[in-house]
Ligand binder design. Structure first.
Ligand code: NAD
Length: 535
């Protein structure tokens, strides 16, 4: 595996920049300029990679631009064949990729091994439907002037799509955006997070060396500067990450007049109504809050529970959280929760929790960093929290569940909407119609009624944030692939007389005829149809 990780999109550059993973020389050789990837579970250095600058990014995008026309010319079926080979490669290498993922993220095995199959589901969804979603469409001419024209909408890809990723689900998010873009006919440069670039590098290497696919997929390593350099040269930016960075990308993209889609942070609310199935709701709260150590954009960030069931719900949740097993190593399904992805993330979680505790909240479970090396925070349940607390307003992105008692559903909706974010939410009630009604009043891009981020697996519906949680959306059936295309309108004339009604020479007859026909077709009453004007 160490050897394989050397492979990157620009072999020449990486051969200068990558040291052996986990085996960097302890003396003598100077480390190459770049950055280190560390395992957050124990702090050990896993790899050292080049921090690619503007020149290297430009060169990579230039290569992609050169290879893209032939890729587009393959058509959706031809491109789908290559993506099918990538699917096979992912099946053949799933455990290897998951091991690498575990090392760079600190995930427990169950969560590391999950990303590849979920990505394959998405890959197959778009591979099987690309032809249909990208097919030309022919709207009917709607008036006499264009009655004899053949109208066509064709979906032509942006030549180079830049995909910029965060560190929480490196395999899934890179593929979720790159696969539809590739199927659309674009070439793709992925800039993974500097904290978790190894799995993306390996997939790009597999695409190039093992699959032998065309050179339309590159992985660029580096920090924010590499991402910014990509925004400077790509034709479309698909970004997933923080609202702060999303804003910068939108500004630069606006200067360049290129389109973008931003999938940003959230502060997702879970609303538990008094008639909910409390066992199911408690199980969901714990999984939704703790999955990936709470580092999921749509994780449960705050819980509002109606007064009559608050005590019972809290007791159920606390009991389940106490039973969670926290560790992050090994290919065994005996851990529920791993480490956070970095020391920086650990510091954020610690700050949110300690400020809440200092201001009167109580931790029923956890409440502090774990007594272990690495970025571990104890799974935590907070009660007596206030709406004004940082843990209820800012994205914590950690294994914490702040639970708040509310008078009724109205108060829950008000608190849930009192946020600058609007990514997703969930509503829990035995009355599904009421759940859907509450959903309709929430200011978020997605709501699950009696379920926990199940919308993420429903590729046919869009995933996008409202308010400061995003612009645009990923997936959503045809939208998820067409967003990487520029619609091109073609009108072709079937009947071609020597001249047309609107062309020169202008004459009274032609001008009046045009006005008459419009009146006859669209005026509401007979008088106006006959040319009368009301004063
Ligand atoms: P981040 O914004 O710090 O970094 C994301 C990526 O942007 C990284 O690859 C980084 O190197 C790059 N970057 C940084 N500065 C840049 C710049 N100026 N120009 C271009 N690229 C730049 O975010 P993060 O900490 O890696 O990720 C966590 C965030 O991602 C959380 O807020 C989380 O909610 C969000 N997220 C959202 C979704 C979603 O679908 N809405 C999914 C997963 C994560």
């Amino acid at each position: 595996m160490i050897e394989r990780l050397m492979g990157a999109s620009d072999p020449e550059m990486l051969s200068k920049g990558v040291d052996e993973i986990g085996a960097r020389p302890s003396g003598g050789a100077q480390p190459a300029p770049g950055f280190e990837v560390r395992s957050p579970a124990d702090g050990s250095v896993v790899a050292s990679l080049p921090d690619q600058g503007a020149e290297q990014v430009r060169a990579a995008v230039g290569r992609l631009r050169g290879n893209q026309p032939a890729w587009e010319a393959l058509g959706p079926t031809g491109r789908g064949r290559w993506l099918g080979r990538l699917r096979d490669w992912l099946f053949d290498n799933d455990e290897r990729v998951a091991e690498l993922l575990q090392r760079e993220t600190g995930k427990p095995w169950q969560e590391a091994i999950l990303e590849v199959p979920v990505a394959i589901d998405l890959l197959e969804y778009y591979r099987k439907r690309a032809e249909k979603f990208l097919a030309d469409s022919h709207p009917r001419p709607h008036n006499l002037l264009i009655a004899s024209k053949k109208l066509t909408i064709a979906y032509r890809p942006y030549p180079v799509v830049g995909v910029i990723c965060p560190w929480n689900n490196p395999v899934l998010l890179a593929l979720a955006d790159a696969v539809p873009a590739l199927l659309a006919g674009a070439a793709v440069a992925i800039k993974p997070s500097e904290l978790t670039p190894l799995t993306t590098l390996e997939i790009a290497r597999g695409w190039r060396e093992d699959v032998g696919a065309p050179g339309v997929l590159e992985c660029l390593t580096g920090a924010g500067g590499t991402g910014a350099a990509l925004v400077d040269v790509a034709d479309f930016i698909q970004f997933t990450g923080s609202t702060r960075t999303g804003r910068k990308i939108a500004q630069r993209a606006a200067e360049r007049l290129i389109p973008y889609s931003l999938e940003l942070g959230g502060k997702d609310a879970m609303i538990v109504l008094a008639d909910a199935d409390l066992e199911r709701a408690a199980n969901a709260a714990v999984w939704g809050g703790m999955f990936n150590s709470g580092q999921t954009c749509t994780s449960v960030e705050r819980v509002f529970v109606e007064e009559p069931v608050y005590d019972e719900f809290v007791e159920l949740v606390a009991g389940r959280v106490r039973g969670l097993r926290q560790r992050a190593a090994g290919k065994r399904f005996d851990a529920d929760i791993g480490s956070l992805s970095s020391q920086a993330q650990l510091a954020i979680v610690e700050r949110h929790v300690s400020e809440a505790l200092a201001n009167g909240a109580r931790a029923l479970v956890g409440g502090k960093r774990a007594d272990a090396p690495g970025a571990f925070f104890e799974p935590t349940v907070l009660v007596d929290v206030e709406q004004s607390m940082r843990c209820m307003r800012e994205e914590t992105f950690g294994p914490t569940l702040p639970v708040m008692k509310v008078k009724d559903a109205e108060e829950a909706i008000r608190f849930a909407n009192d946020s600058r974010y609007g990514l997703s939410a969930s509503v829990w009630t035995r009355d599904r119609a009421r759940g859907e009604q509450v959903a309709g009043r929430l200011e978020v891009g997605a709501v699950n009624v009696n379920d926990m981020f199940v919308n993420a697996f429903a590729i046919g519906i869009p995933q996008g944030g409202w308010k400061e949680s995003g612009v645009g959306a990923r997936l959503g059936g045809a939208h998820g692939i067409r967003k990487y295309c520029r619609p091109q309108s073609v009108t072709a004339t079937r009947l071609a007389p020597r001249s047309e009604l609107l062309w020169y020479p202008y004459t009274a007859l032609k001008g009046k005829l045009f006005l008459r026909v419009t009146r006859l077709l669209f005026a509401r009453d007979l008088g106006r149809r006959l040319g009368r004007r009301r004063r």
